[in-house]
Write a protein that binds this ligand. Sequence first.
Ligand SMILES: Cc1cc2nc3c(=O)[nH]c(=O)nc-3n(C[C@H](O)[C@H](O)[C@H](O)COP(=O)(O)OP(=O)(O)OC[C@H]3O[C@@H](n4cnc5c(N)ncnc54)[C@H](O)[C@@H]3O)c2cc1C
Length: 456
Amino acid sequence: MSIKEIDVVIIGAGLSGLSSALELNKQKIPFVVLEARNRAGGRIHSINLEGDVPIDLGAQWISPYHERVKKLVGDYGLRLVTTYRKGKTIYDIDGVIQESEGAWPKMSLIEKVDVWNFKKELNSLSNQIRCDQPWESKMARELDQKTLEEFLQKHTYTKLARSFCRLLLEEALCSKLYEVSTLDLLWCIKTAGSIDRLLTAEDFWIEEGAESLVKRVSESLDGKILYGSPVKTINYEDHQAIIYTDDQTLKAKKLILALPPNLVARIKFAPPLPANRAQLNERAGLPSVIKIIFVYNNPFWRERGLSGIAYSNQGPVKLTIDSSPPNSKKGVLTALITGDFAQQLTDWSSQKRKEEARKNLARFFGEEAIHTREIYEENWSAEEWTRGGYGTHFSPGVITQFGKTIFKPIGPLHWAGTETATEWRMYMEGAVQSGERAAKEVIEYLNGGIFSRILF
Ligand SMILES: Cc1cc2nc3c(=O)[nH]c(=O)nc-3n(C[C@H](O)[C@H](O)[C@H](O)COP(=O)(O)OP(=O)(O)OC[C@H]3O[C@@H](n4cnc5c(N)ncnc54)[C@H](O)[C@@H]3O)c2cc1C
């Protein structure tokens, strides 16, 4: 097999790899993107509802603070829809279902103060963390030894406040709190700006579907993406790498790995990656998540004064949000099944999962929720080239022991992917930021003088 030579190879055509590609393209640096799937987007995937209206089965929502993603949306001529939030939210907490105006369930003043104080404590501790070196922070070791469940137990006092905070965090992280290190959450909070920003990042979505963004970006890259090309082996030395797929061999001066660490672990490296980096990859599994889309003739819940938002800790559905398309009469409810519920349902048939979730929706929105036109779903843990979502959350001890290897280039290998972001980790915004940062490292090396060659 002949070896093609190119300056840079990017592995992964998710938003992160595509963002690296855009930066290299601007500098006219020759590159190729190798993508395992037959489409771009990775954790972003949309389909067309009944052949016309796009819906998102993967990443969807954008916060007002996602400046890079909003810019891309504008640059590529796409439109943002504001998430429908008018009306009451349903809370199904510890078996009690209630409707409540605003972002909180009805609770006593003492319970409210309990929630406020918990969030205040999270914000205050996260402020002591450096986004690019959380392992160096004061108290890092102590915070990394504690699970979030332990932290929650210590810093909340009333049952309802504790259950409410647990529910919000479990949904945001896709994980049970006993699985995640407190330092991991604090790192995510710091990269988002505050706990409230992190918990309420569902303000907008892309009318044409999030995948239309990656489609337009990938089309603008002019044939530089090779689809259906999973990278199996990488041989590397100080200043070059040889990359093998089943039918391609490429030699590059630099390599950007824009994929989650759990998938880096599946690539064979020669020489093997340094032990601490390899261990980081092996300890970085993604939590389980299933996204289900319910389509109705109309958004019937709106007539009943409901926003379509429901939170539940009873399962399997943890959160629903109204995603009804603005230019259609159809009503769409997006449901997320996360963490242990998603893990339990993963072996069920798709039909059985949809049925179970539909019964769940009927509990929130009444009998009408049974009368769906269509139901679509994607079980992300079963996706060979993702294995979960939304992003990696580390269990206790991992960040302080192995974290410092997460961004550090190794010879020609540079790391991107939302897991390596220092702004909005685990979000699309983080994917873009990390892709741009990795591209910058590579561009500095290729264009730069001796100093950058020593640095990278
Ligand atoms: C169900 C779900 C809902 C989400 N909701 C939101 C949301 O509302 N808002 C938000 O901001 N974020 C959301 N996210 C998170 C968001 O999707 C990710 O943060 C972001 O898309 C990650 O992009 P990435 O490029 O870093 O990684 P990925 O999208 O995972 O891209 C990695 C790419 O690498 C490819 N690949 C893997 N292994 C190989 C290999 N060996 N060789 C070649 N290619 C390979 C994969 O196929 C993939 O295309 C959600 C995620 C999920 C799963």
